[in-house]
Design a protein around this ligand. Structure first.
Ligand SMILES: [Zn+2]
Ligand SMILES: [Zn+2]
Ligand SMILES: [Zn+2]
Length: 389
């Protein structure tokens, strides 16, 4: 397991929805088979339909060939560790990525000696390209899930002699640097027939007795790239691999946004109004006394990113607050997007600014242009055509 990272990462876990099961269930007959290992059985010892009081079966399965399974270093070495002694955390922060698959002939990375130019391989290069944007999370990520199939699998599948895609040695070294657990939708991280070299397994385990590989996962189409909370318990079997059922829940990073913290109450504010979706408070650097900020409780940097539901709630709130000032005279409603347009805090906010005199409130510089009416008409048509449905 990783050492506790220096910086604490605050996450929001979506507990409202059921976690997504990324396993291929063990079925009799199997939904998947690999390496020519097809036989498995569920042989009743006692059967209620035969008059016994209970059902009780003897099962024979091969974890590596018949469904989602998790293996440790003892799969490729004589070491003492096995699935009953391996150390692991029941919950870990996992990153799901999708990688480009290249032909063996397009890379100089290390593949088994018997590999062919047309083999499909996942290279360090392609993984590095995807992972660079998660570099700041490197110390926090404990598991990497790699989707290689473009869409959800259709069962049953016999992978035998199909030579599925596999990882180069360099690709697995990189993943090993990042995480203690790799989960893939392939039958193996190595070539189906690699002459026994096991370059990817060796590069990943790297003699580490607590690293885990989960193969034959199934990533439903609903899962997209990003961070997940991975929940898994390992059956304590004294063997090199066990059937497993990894579950994932989407997580979001808590933002460092000061307005989100104001909504949560971790930064104090002079609150004016609050409901389920909207929050309003005094601007502490007001342009005039009574300058108020109205914000959606859902974080969005720009106006066009605010969910409709929030806007539908927010505007009537702003209207009610503005009505207070109308009794006194004039006011402005201001909403800036982007630094160039004077947005200072990256959480959408509507300013309500009372205008009590020429001197206070919002000063507006209004340098109007004199465009050609034909240009203006052309632009109107262009904008009209670009408005999303
Ligand atoms: Zn395996
Ligand atoms: Zn394996
Ligand atoms: Zn925010």
């Amino acid at each position: 397991m990783k050492n506790s990272p220096a910086a604490v990462l605050e996450l929001e876990i979506d507990c409202s929805s059921v976690p997504v099961d990324i396993s291929i269930p063990l079925n009799f007959p199997p939904l998947v088979s690999c390496f020519g290992i097809r036989s498995m059985f569920d042989e009743p010892i006692l059967s209620i339909s035969e008059g016994a009081s209970v059902n009780c079966s003897k099962l024979m399965i091969t974890p590596h060939a018949h469904g989602t399974h998790t293996e440790c270093i003892s799969h490729i070495s004589k070491c003492e560790t096995n699935m009953s002694t391996v150390q692991y955390g029941a919950h870990s922060l996992a990153l799901l990525i999708r990688c480009e698959i290249s032909n063996r002939s397009e890379t100089n990375e290390t593949c088994p000696r018997n590999s062919k130019a047309i083999d499909r391989v996942i290279t360090r290069n392609s993984i590095e390209y995807v992972m660079q944007k998660y570099e700041n999370l490197k110390t926090h990520i404990n598991a990497i899930m790699i989707r290689t199939y473009a869409s959800d699998l259709q069962f049953p599948i016999d992978f035998t002699n199909t030579n599925p895609a596999y990882f180069t040695k360099e690709a697995m070294s990189l993943i090993s640097e990042w995480s203690d657990h790799v989960l893939v939708d392939l039958p193996s991280i190595d070539r189906e027939d690699d002459g026994g070299e096991l370059l990817a397994h060796k590069a990943f385990f790297n003699n580490n007795t607590n690293k885990l590989v989960t193969e034959l996962c199934r990533f439903p189409d609903s899962l997209d790239e990003g961070l997940y909370m991975l929940t898994m318990s390992l059956p304590r079997w004294n063997t090199d691999a066990v059937p497993t059922q990894p579950l994932v829940s989407r997580v979001k990073r808590m933002s460092n946004c000061i307005f989100c913290k104001i909504i949560q109450g971790t930064i104090p504010s002079f609150k004016i109004y609050e409901n389920e979706l909207t929050y309003a408070f005094m601007d502490i650097q007001p342009l005039s006394m009574g300058h108020i900020l109205v914000i959606p409780k859902t974080h969005a940097q720009f106006f066009h990113e605010v969910p409709d539901e929030n806007l539908q709630d927010l505007l009537p709130v702003a209207k009610k607050i503005a009505s207070v000032f109308h009794k006194k005279g004039a006011y402005n409603i201001l909403q800036n997007n982007g630094r160039l347009a004077n947005q200072a805090v990256d959480h959408v906010h509507f300013h309500i600014i009372p205008k009590n005199s020429e001197e206070d409130g919002l000063g507006v510089r209004w340098n109007s242009m004199k465009p050609n009416m034909e240009d203006l008409k052309k632009l109107a048509d262009e904008i009209q055509s670009k408005i999303p449905a």
